[in-house]
Every structure is written in structure tokens, then in C-alpha cells.
Design a protein around this ligand. Structure first.
Ligand code: EPS
Length: 381
């Protein structure tokens, strides 16, 4: 089993992640991790924090000479902003400045304060902040290098930003190249311009905007995950991982909520055989019965607008319960393109975990032997 922990406050010294369960012998390219971290920092509509940070992964354990050792992998990502917060956020000493007592609607502030008995809601927001997703992106970027060694590929795009949708009939290489060059993660230039204008107008109104992102994973054999028990279903574990990302309010696979709108003939993907078993459509999003079916896995996630509004919403001050405006923490107007990188990392991790569950082993040699023997067996099915 592959598992991970993350730790770190948004204005603390660093974020830390520990990954346990990676087999030995996986080639790890740190530049690939840093490329994912950079991708998470980008996008039109990000706030001031991203100008301060240039996230880089420092590997402190579990990797030697570019290969995993099988021991826990520790990753550290420095918060450059710590220099501005050390007197406030220090473990030994805090001057108690910049307290937060006006919880933001939509954030963890109020419920988190009640739950952990924090009268300074900064103690909640420091950890609830989406800064934590940098650690998860680094974790995903390590885990995916295992499945990439067996031919898996993951790509993501932004499908919608507020009112603006990016329609894609063919998701080919050229489309993704445009997506990766786009500041809003769109493949169509016209929709991109409209989205940027939309983000500008939302910003002028002191508001934020959410959207929908899509991750597609290809090159996976049928049979990852399982139908035999509820907690081994791959779509369930992917949905859980994606839902746990800050600001995500919905997850769907393939046709998603659309399955409730048409009859069964328009939902099920017909089976054909042309040297291998394939489907004529992919409404299932690559997962049936909690298992991969060999078609691309298609996951979509809906991200709500970030709670902090520069034109603040109404709230209650917890010091005297008087009506106030919600506190304004520096924030992003739109973080949807960044969210695509985070969702992709979460999906990658869950796929790597399912892959290890199926072909598990302590080292790449054992996993490769198991993988090849499975592929040979299903070839004759
Ligand atoms: C983020 C870092 C944070 C926020 C943002 C995401 O940094 P700071 O709080 O110093 O500005 O910009 O998080 C939120 C807005 C939020 O509400 O969670 C990051 O690294 O992505």
C-alpha cells in the first residue's frame, strides 16, 4: 500500500510530505517534480503569494542516485514567505499579530475554530489553505513516475472558468500543447481570451471565480481496482482523493451526472474485439465495476470560487458576535488552472496505489515480472 502524509502551515517554514510504500528501483527525476510544482503555481488570476514563491522539491530521504530505495521518501518545499512571518508563526515565539476573528464564509475558519478551540482563526486558515496542495503535487509527481515507467500518461485541462467553457471535440497532442501553453488551461484561443476578460471583470467586482477541470489517464491495463469489496473500488478512491482537494465540490467520471438524463443504450459503452477488447465509446470514463477497463480514465472536478472576497461578504466577529465584513486574506481571483495540476497529482497517486496493489512488490524487478505475466495472460482471454 502506498500512503502519504503532508504537514506544514501556509506561512510556516516549509511544507513536508512523507511517502511510504514506494518500491525500490523507481527512477526519480526531480526536475519532473519541480515542473509540476511550477505548473501548480501558474495560471491567470493568481494572487500575490505566487510572486514570492518559486516552489522546489528537496528530497531528504528514500532516494539515492536518482532511484528510490524502498524506504520512506521525505520531500521538503520551502515557504519563502516564512521570512515575513517568522515572528508571528514561530514554534517557540509568536508576537500574536495578525489575528483573525471574522471567519470567511466558505472557508474552514469558523467550524475549524469551534472544533479545535482556536479563538485566533489564523490557526485554522494556516493549515486549511490551499498552499498544502503544493505538497500533494510533489507526492503525485513522485508516484506517477512509477506508473509512467509502465506506459501510463496523465494530462489535464480546464473545461470551464465561470461562465466560459472550452469545448474540445478532439483531445489530441496539439490540443494539449495549446492547453499547456495557455494561461487559463484552455485549448481554444477564443475561449481563452474570453476567460481572461471574465477573470478581469470578476476581479474588478472584488469577487473570485471557480470552474471545472479534467484529468485523463491513458496506458493503464484493465483490472486496476476491484469490484469485490466497496473499499477497493478505484473510482471511489480517486473520488475521495479529488474531493479532499481544497475548494472541490464535485467529482464525476466520464459522462458523470449526464447518466441520469438518457436511456441505458446511450450510456453503456459497447464492447468490440480488434486484437484486444475495446469500447466504441467511453461514457464510463475508463472505470466499470470499480476497475479500469483499459479505456482512458476521465475524471472531472468542480472547483468553487476561492472563499476570500476582496469585496467581503457578511460574517460575525467571534470576539463579540457583532455583524462584520469577512476578513480579507491575500488570495487568488482564479486558481482553476492550478487546480488541474493538483487533481492530476491526486489521480496519479491513486493510480500508482492501485497499480502496486495489483502488481505489488518490493522492487521494480518483481513488479515488472508480475506486470508482464498479467499482460501475457489477458492477451489470451
Ligand atoms: C496558496 C497560497 C496561499 C493563498 C492560496 C493558495 O498563500 P497566502 O495565504 O500567503 O496568500 O494564496 O490559498 C488560499 C487562497 C486559500 O484560501 O486556501 C498556494 O500556494 O497555492
Amino acid at each position: 500500500m502506498l500512503r502519504f502524509f503532508t504537514a506544514g502551515e501556509t506561512h510556516g517554514p516549509c511544507l513536508t510530505a512523507i511517502i511510504e510504500g514506494m518500491p525500490s528501483g523507481v527512477k526519480i527525476d526531480i526536475q519532473k517534480i519541480n515542473a509540476e510544482l511550477k505548473r501548480r503555481q501558474g495560471g491567470y488570476g493568481r494572487g500575490g503569494r505566487m510572486k514570492i514563491e518559486s516552489d522546489r522539491a528537496e528530497i531528504l530521504s528514500g532516494v539515492r542516485g536518482g532511484y528510490t530505495l524502498g524506504s520512506p521518501i521525505t520531500i521538503r518545499i520551502e515557504n519563502k514567505d516564512w521570512a515575513n512571518w517568522s515572528d508571528i508563526m514561530g514554534a517557540e515565539y509568536s508576537n500574536g499579530e495578525r489575528t483573525v476573528t471574522c471567519p470567511r464564509p466558505g472557508h474552514a475558519d469558523l467550524s475549524g475554530g469551534m472544533k479545535y478551540a482556536h479563538r485566533d482563526l489564523r490557526n485554522v486558515l494556516e493549515r486549511a489553505s490551499a498552499r498544502e496542495t503544493a505538497a500533494r503535487v510533489a507526492v503525485g509527481a513522485v508516484a506517477r513516475q512509477l506508473i509512467e515507467a509502465f506506459g501510463a500518461e496523465l494530462c489535464s485541462r480546464v473545461v470551464r472558468i465561470g461562465e466560459i467553457e472550452d469545448k474540445a471535440d478532439i483531445l489530441d497532442k496539439a490540443f494539449y500543447e495549446r492547453v499547456y501553453a495557455s494561461e487559463v488551461g484552455f485549448g481554444n484561443a477564443e475561449a481563452e481570451r474570453a476567460a481572461m476578460a471574465y477573470i478581469d471583470s470578476v476581479k474588478e467586482q472584488g469577487r473570485t471565480v471557480g470552474g471545472v477541470v479534467e484529468t485523463v489517464a491513458t496506458g493503464l491495463v484493465p483490472g486496476l481496482g476491484s469490484y469485490v469489496h466497496y473499499d477497493r473500488k478505484l473510482d471511489a478512491s480517486i473520488a475521495s482523493a479529488v474531493m479532499s482537494i481544497q475548494a472541490i465540490k464535485g467529482v464525476e467520471f466520464g459522462m458523470g451526472f449526464g447518466v441520469g438524463e438518457v436511456d441505458g443504450g446511450a450510456v453503456m459503452d459497447e464492447i468490440i474485439y480488434n486484437g484486444e477488447y475495446r469500447r466504441t465509446t467511453n461514457n464510463a470514463g475508463g472505470i466499470e465495476g470499480g476497475m479500469t477497463n483499459g479505456e482512458p480514465i476521465v475524471v472531472r472536478a468542480a472547483m468553487k470560487p476561492i472563499p476570500t472576497q476582496y469585496s467581503p461578504l457578511k460574517t460575525v466577529d467571534i470576539t463579540d458576535r457583532s455583524e462584520k465584513s469577512a476578513s480579507v486574506e491575500r488570495s487568488d481571483v482564479c486558481a482553476v488552472p492550478a487546480c488541474a495540476a493538483v487533481v492530476e497529482a491526486a489521480v496519479a497517486f491513486e493510480l500508482a496505489n492501485a497499480f502496486l496493489e495489483k502488481f505489488g512488490g518490493d522492487c521494480m524487478e518483481d513488479i515488472t515480472a508480475s506486470y508482464n505475466s498479467y499482460k501475457d495472460r489477458i492477451k489470451n482471454f
